[in-house]
Design a protein around this ligand. Structure first.
Ligand code: ATP
Length: 512
């Protein structure tokens, strides 16, 4: 665990040192759970957003993208259920005065039980070696079975009490499980209360006429209220999708995990409209497509797992999270929800407008069902950053810090480095930059010895270094050095652009 905590601390300090993430308004000591993206962070974030957008919108003929406003008519949030039900159960520790999400305390406890089961499995794997049959072991080992059913019972009971809004039982569960304040060990808890997560604001100048608004807590509703606009003007036929990326705001009760849980964050969401009755087929389809998208980035398939929901939101008939192995454990990265016709029906009711589709094949009018894929851009950023940061021992006994970002996401694709600061090498390097800059984000660096410059680019995540030396002046070739393998090869200046394309552009990456 200590090692994991160290890793997380390293990720946070590396993010600052290399211009990825700063605390918001840091000169005033920051604002809790709000962050700014620096010069490299803004590029990485933009590249993740673009990778998502191109995969979801550009590669799917039946999906289009929109950009709805953050401020929406307040009735939207009545209809969606957010005014009445967008709550988190909170609990305070009377001794430490720390505030927690009651459901998260219970879930973390259940996760610890799961880890105990996993420890048993790993022990057995070592003992039995090659012959180990994990499935058989899990099904027949009493201790593992006990852990798994204990965990299941806890999560099911939590799910039931949250669905029934039985907050007394959530408190009872915390007490029965003997859950202590993770920071101080105290078990002196208050009752569990509901807390609405929406930020309110006002529209209009004078306080008498101003009306109450909310900052949107999710981008999805901007899609639902535009369903008919897009369907009609785009002549969309079911099944079709509407995608959107943008800011969302939640007044989170506890926000202690860097950019994992922020009060202002960005979502990338897609709502896929389908025939009633076909939603579970499409739900399975999108689970698979989204998993493939994650795997395509090469962050390690073992770092992902699905977690099906025990407690379904008021609008869903199936839901799963794609969880990622963050430095603080497996946590939700993306949600895939079968939202039924809940949202469109609610907006029909509250607005008095029809939100239907005439299906020419069925010769029938209906309110479509919806499958949603919803991923936090900032959480994806954290997943990419934490899985990419490595300390490596090298053959010569030295070590290096390297940020092995997927090349397609890297902020700077190539650094162009003159071996020395004289003899016309800087001029040739600048000439190369002038040619590359139209297609790629490239950087010039002439300060320090070449080895130090390589290390600096490794640590900031640049996949390629292009070195200009005296031979380059004669034969117009350069040395290309690869960040991950540290291999070097000589290529003509005229081929640099093609090589960067092959390593970093969308088409080559997707085809690979
Ligand atoms: P959690 O259980 O972690 O609070 P959630 O289930 O409320 O998340 P959703 O409402 O399903 O999250 O939102 C979809 C996605 O938006 C999440 O999978 C996550 O990636 C992202 N997200 C939600 N809340 C935050 C937040 N406070 N900060 C950063 N990203 C967030």
């Amino acid at each position: 665990m200590a090692k994991q905590e160290d890793l997380f601390k390293n990720v946070i300090s590396h993010a600052k040192e290399y211009g990825y993430i700063f605390a918001s308004s840091e000169i005033y000591d920051g604002l809790s759970a709000v962050y700014d993206y620096g010069q490299n962070g803004a590029e990485l974030k933009k590249n993740i957003r673009e990778y998502w957008w191109k995969s979801m919108v550009q590669l799917h003929q039946e999906i289009v993208g929109i950009d709805a406003a953050i401020l929406m008519h307040p009735t939207t949030w009545k209809a969606s259920g957010h005014v009445d039900a967008f709550n988190d159960p909170l609990i305070d520790n009377k001794d430490s005065k720390k505030r927690y999400r009651a459901d998260v305390l219970v879930e973390d406890h259940a996760e610890k039980i799961l880890q105990k089961a996993q420890k048993e499995i790993e022990k057995a794997r070592k003992r039995f070696g090659e012959a180990f049959d994990e499935e058989q072991f899990v099904n027949t080992n009493d201790r593992v079975q006990r852990y798994l059913s204990e965990r299941k019972e806890i999560l099911e009971r939590l799910g039931r009490s949250l669905t029934n809004e039985d907050l007394k039982d959530v408190k009872a569960l915390i007490e029965e499980l003997d859950i202590a304040d993770p920071e101080t060990g105290s078990r002196n808890w208050t009752d569990v209360r509901q807390f609405n997560l929406m930020f309110g604001t006002k529209l209009g100048a004078s306080s008498e006429t101003a009306s109450n608004l909310y900052l949107r807590p999710e981008t999805a509703q901007g899609i639902f209220v535009n369903f008919s606009n897009v369907q009609k003007t785009g002549r969309m036929k079911i099944p079709f999708g509407i995608a959107q990326t943008g800011k969302a705001f939640r007044n989170e009760i506890v926000a202690r995990q860097f950019i994992f849980r922020m009060r202002e964050f960005e979502q990338m969401e897609m709502q896929y409209f389908v025939r009633p009755g076909e939603e579970l087929k499409w739900y399975e389809h999108w689970k698979e497509v989204r998993q493939k998208w994650h795997f395509s980035l090469g962050l390690g398939e073992e770092n992902y797992r699905f977690h099906d929901h025990d407690k379904l939101a008021h609008y869903a008939n199936a839901a799963t999270d794609i969880e990622f192995s963050f430095p603080f454990g497996f946590k939700e990265l993306e949600g895939i929800h079968s939202r039924t016709d809940f949202d469109l029906k609610a907006h029909e009711e509250f607005s008095g407008r029809k939100l239907r589709f005439y299906d020419p094949e069925l010769k029938e009018n209906y309110v479509p069902y919806v499958i949603e894929t919803s991923i936090g851009l900032d959480r994806m950023f954290l997943a990419v950053l934490s899985a990419s940061l490595k300390e490596e021992e090298l053959k010569d006994g030295s070590s290096r810090t390297v940020l092995k970002l997927p090349a397609i996401l890297a902020p700077v694709k190539a650094a162009v480095l003159p071996l020395v600061k004289k003899d016309g090498l800087p001029e040739l390097a600048q000439e190369i930059i002038e040619d590359l800059k139209w297609d790629f984000n490239v950087q010039y660096d002439e300060k320090d010895a070449i080895g130090r410059r390589y290390r600096r680019q490794d640590a900031s995540g640049t996949p390629l270094c292009i070195t200009v030396d005296h031979d380059s002046l004669e034969d117009r070739t350069v040395t290309v050095r690869y960040r991950d393998s540290m291999e070097q090869k000589r290529i003509p200046i005229a081929e640099i652009s093609k090589l960067i394309s092959e390593e970093t552009d969308f088409k080559h990456w997707m085809k690979k």
